[in-house]
Design a protein around this ligand. Structure first.
Ligand code: SAM
Length: 270
């Protein structure tokens, strides 16, 4: 029979904790944003970051930690991840860092979002915009609310593996993370994804997160950015390690590689 302590840990399931440990790397993202701005802006430094679809706003927290001149604004519609972020990330910041970070419970399509040097939409969240007019409206809104010399950053994924139904398990020390591509429709490029988790010794928890997305391609994203006014666009492509896996190092390139599954960053320059 489980002890009181075991009972407690069995009943508590912190989905954002497992999500963070499976799919997020906020520290690396914040450093990438800092370095990418410096590279594209000839050594100038970005100060303000707006993290759209920020969820638990982990990147905002890492951004204000990186440099005392950094300021961050996180935007998300849903109060639940925002509150989680306050309790679990924001609470660990120093008083000085806290003063440089705000969150807004708002729609990213809102016309009066604060201006910023960089706007980042990470973990493919803008894939919720399934039509060209809608994604274009979002990109135009970002263009408008960037400071002069501002940069707009989105991540993107694709490859043959993403155009079929499949489920992939990643085994961690105490749990497994499952990325389940439930469907893919070549006519619309729409796909349904789920995240499941299984803690050791427990039943698999199905559909902890659900994503009903349209897969946007790199050329579509670059065309859209150009159409709303971005004067240049860039692609950062991931390098490969000795086993042929992504090595987490993204470099600017105009030539990709055919891969089963890839992740890239697309950047628009105002
Ligand atoms: C896939 S999560 C991404 C969270 C975080 N960016 C990350 O990297 O893990 C998508 C988030 O977008 C938010 N969201 C969806 N539509 C939105 C909208 N129109 N405006 C603002 N936030 C939105 C959801 O509430 C959710 O927290």
């Amino acid at each position: 029979m489980p002890s009181r302590v075991q009972k407690k840990s069995l009943s508590e399931f912190d989905k954002y904790h497992y999500y963070m440990n499976s799919v997020q790397s906020p520290e690396a993202d914040a450093e990438f944003i800092r370095d990418m701005y410096k590279e594209l802006r000839s050594g100038r430094r970005a100060q303000s970051l707006r993290e759209d679809f920020c969820g638990t706003f982990a990147i905002c927290c890492e951004w204000v930690k990186l440099d005392p001149s950094h300021k961050a604004v996180g935007v998300d519609l849903d109060p639940e991840p925002l509150q989680y972020g306050v309790k679990n990330h924001y609470s660990k910041l120093t008083e000085g860092q806290k003063k440089r970070l705000v969150t807004l419970q708002k729609n990213v399509l809102d016309k009066n979002l604060p201006k910023s040097d960089v706007i980042a939409a990470m973990n493919f969240s803008y894939f919720i915009f399934k039509t060209r007019p809608l994604i274009k409206e979002y990109f135009a809104n970002c263009y408008k609310s960037l400071n002069p010399n501002g940069l707009f950053l989105v991540d993107c994924f694709g490859g043959a593996h993403c155009t079929e139904a499949n489920e992939e398990e990643t085994v961690h020390k105490s749990f497994s993370y499952f990325w389940d591509q439930d469907s893919y429709d070549p006519l619309s490029n729409e796909a349904m994804f789920y995240i499941h988790f299984k803690r050791k010794g427990e039943k698999k928890r199905e559909k902890v997160f659900t994503y009903d997305w349209r897969m946007w391609s790199i050329p579509e994203l670059r065309d859209l950015m150009a159409e709303v006014g971005f004067k240049k666009t860039h692609v950062y492509w991931e390098g490969t390690d000795k086993d042929g896996e992504g090595d987490g190092v993204f470099t600017r390139t105009e030539k990709g590689e055919e891969c089963q599954a890839w992740v890239a960053y697309v950047v628009g320059e105002k």
